[in-house]
Design a protein around this ligand. Structure first.
Ligand code: NAD
Ligand code: ZN
Length: 350
């Protein structure tokens, strides 16, 4: 079969690899129908994620049809159309029991991490994939849910909702600022609406992304390239700052922006993946009663978000700007890696 293989920093290929086989009774094999590319795949290709070994098939998002089930699988059958969660959950370790699948202790995740597809085991940018712990890691696709809607459920919508909106404890009437209007920031903008904030302010350097943020439900936008970006944000609050600031970029400057606009008693939820340390000015912040949260997505809300998508309460298909076939995988990478040039958000490969 064909798959997108990581060949070491800066190198990848769409090449022939052996088809996966059942290795454990709880595995299923899935023929991929749709997959996509995540910013994290680009981090891996830069060599930023050393746990990914050359030869690894990338990808942790996808929809497919089950073609084979392990002997221990009773609730799934051949022919089922399923969404694969980006985080695999054994369902029985101490973390899985509390719903924190991101830290599943199964040996597949080297006993400590639930994100294994395209990281510690072969991933979803392939014609077939082995799915461990299938009964606790896949969701049946309801009738009427398209590939373009379903693909957002693997990672992007749960990430924005769980690590941004839920950890940030967005409440009715809150003024919420989201720094970064990429797929993750826009999923925060979209799912924050579920809690009735009074304003959602999208902040980015790219005016095209800000325009898209408005179409996703942002009430206000601020280009942070402006010298007075903070004054603009303060003018949208009572002058004290925002109730919730959500970081969805992953660099020190944008985390600091969150600290600079949060009100006393507010909440800063960091979603971005950081490659370097960030200065924390506790000498100024200790007296401000601020909560700061971090996290890797659990995908514990995937089923709930899928219901909302199926009922057309969340217009998930709006994320997909470009479509490709599997044999155009390298072209899809090129467009996604140069998103600004192509005005790309999410690419659907199906
Ligand atoms: P992206 O690169 O597509 O979007 C980032 C956005 O930030 C872009 O629109 C860019 O213009 C904007 N930006 C860059 N520098 C800025 C600045 N100085 N000020 C304001 N805006 C700026 O990324 P994405 O796919 O949306 O992902 C966002 C982050 O979330 C990444 O770090 C990604 O790795 C991370 N992520 C985290 C998890 C998790 O579980 N915590 C899961 C998936 C992705
Ligand atoms: Zn577990």
């Amino acid at each position: 079969m064909k798959a997108l293989v990581y060949e070491g920093p800066g190198r990848k290929s769409w090449t022939d690899v052996p088809e996966p086989t059942i290795q454990h009774p709880t595995d299923v094999i899935v023929k991929m129908v749709a997959t996509t590319i995540c910013g994290t795949d680009l981090h891996i290709l830069k060599g930023d994620v050393p746990a990914v070994q050359p030869g690894r098939v990338l990808g942790h998002e996808g929809i497919g049809v089950i073609t084979e089930v392990g002997s221990g699988v009773t609730r799934l059958t051949v022919g089922d159309r399923v969404i694969l969660a980006c985080v695999s959950a054994c369902g029985s370790c101490s973390y899985c029991v509390q719903g924190m699948y991101s830290h599943c202790r199964s040996p597949e995740g080297a006993e400590g991490i639930g994100w294994i597809f395209g990281h510690l085991i072969d991933g979803t940018q392939a014609e077939y994939v082995r799915v461990p712990f299938a009964e606790t890691s896949v969701h049946l696709v309801p009738d009427g849910v398209t590939d373009a809607e379903g693909i957002l459920l693997s990672d992007i919508l749960p990430t924005g909702f769980e690590i941004g909106v839920q950890y940030g404890q967005v409440k009715p009437g809150d003024v919420v600022a989201v720094v970064g209007a990429g797929p993750v920031g826009l999923s925060v903008v979209m799912t924050a609406q579920l809690y009735g904030p009074s304003r959602v302010i999208a902040i980015d350097l790219d005016d095209a992304r800000l325009a898209r943020a408005r179409s996703f439900g942002a009430t206000d936008t601020v280009n942070s390239g402006a010298a007075d970006w903070r004054e603009q944000v303060m003018a949208m609050t009572d002058g004290l700052g925002v109730d919730v600031a959500i970081e969805a970029v992953g660099i020190p400057a944008t985390f600091t922006m969150c600290l600079d606009m949060i009100r006393p008693g507010g909440r800063v939820a960091n979603v971005g993946v950081h490659g370097t340390g960030v200065e924390l000015p506790l000498d100024r912040l200790w007296i401000e009663n601020i909560a700061i949260t971090t996290g890797l997505v659990n995908t514990s809300t995937l089923g709930m978000l899928l219901k909302l998508v199926a009922q057309k309460k969340l217009p998930a298909e709006a994320f997909v700007t470009h479509e490709f076939s599997f044999d155009q995988m390298l072209e899809a990478y090129d467009v996604f890696a140069n998103a600004a040039e192509h005005d790309a958000l999410k690419v659907l490969i199906h």
